[in-house]
Design a binder for this molecule. Structure first.
Ligand code: ATP
Length: 239
């Protein structure tokens, strides 16, 4: 079976001063997959995500999106080609309303009708955002901001959505909601790379997973297999 590889990473390294946080890792994400990267605190997950989006200097023998090197492509070029990122800490525009944030997500698009349709789709997916569409984003709760950040990223109609620790700091109810939405977005055909500390939740919705430890990928495979792997359960699921 030939699958389109959206993201291919080979020999990725990130160093902070003399400290190697990511030690030459290889992984890939194919079209239609929900892939998660799990690991404990400080394993290097966020550094990996930031390196992919060039928000951090890194080295790699290969780092390609849709078969083309990402280096040298501007952020907007990548967005136009369907790459969207929801960073850790969300990064919503706090002094803009929900509606304005969502329009910013569609900044690269010119199809007015399509944008209006997607806006309606986002409000259907996140009723909480519809109720509060004129509220300033900075006054939303953490969970609501996470939803807004995700909806804003989806407004660019991404092929590949990068999600960095979406459950961080959220109440259990909000975590449930966010994971339901991630699953739904994946079911709608968006490919997702999910970085998560909440290993059991991430593995339960992912197709495939990589386990990161001290800057290296130590295990990979179908998410269901890893979910039932005794070593993974002992190390990451508190059993
Ligand atoms: P967490 O789940 O706690 O966010 P993580 O797996 O995302 O962890 P990273 O944030 O990528 O891990 O951190 C990997 C390592 O790099 C850690 O040891 C961390 O202390 C270190 N590190 C991260 N950012 C910096 C920085 N700006 N300067 C120096 N060291 C850093």
């Amino acid at each position: 079976m030939s699958r389109t590889t959206l993201l291919k990473v080979r020999g990725l390294q990130v160093a902070y001063g003399g400290i190697q946080a990511v030690k030459g890792i290889d992984f890939e994400v194919h079209a239609g997959e929900l892939v998660c990267l799990i690991g404990s605190n400080g394993a290097g997950k966020t550094s990996t995500m930031k390196a992919i989006t060039a928000s951090l200097p890194s080295q790699a023998t290969e780092l390609t999106y849709l078969g083309r090197p990402m280096a040298g492509q501007g952020a907007w070029d990548l967005v136009r080609q369907g790459l969207a990122m929801v960073p850790e800490g969300r990064g919503v525009f706090t002094r803009m309303s929900i509606a304005e944030n969502l329009h910013m997500g569609a900044y690269c698009r010119r199809d007015t009708d399509g944008i209006a349709q997607d806006l309606a789709r986002m409000y259907a997916l996140f009723p909480r955002l519809r109720e509060r569409r004129d509220q300033l984003a900075g006054t939303l709760s953490g969970g609501e901001q996470q939803m807004l950040a995700m909806a804003r990223a989806l407004m660019s109609r991404p092929k590949l959505l990068l999600l960095d620790e979406p459950s961080m700091g959220l109440s259990p109810v909000m975590v449930d909601k966010i994971f339901d939405v991630i699953r739904e977005v994946a079911a709608q055909g968006v490919t997702i790379l999910l970085v998560e500390q909440n290993a059991s939740r991430a593995l339960s919705i992912a197709d495939r997973a990589y386990v990161m430890e001290s800057g290296e990928l130590t295990l990979s495979g179908p998410a269901q297999t890893l979910l039932h792997d005794p070593a993974v359960r002992a190390a990451y699921l508190g059993e």
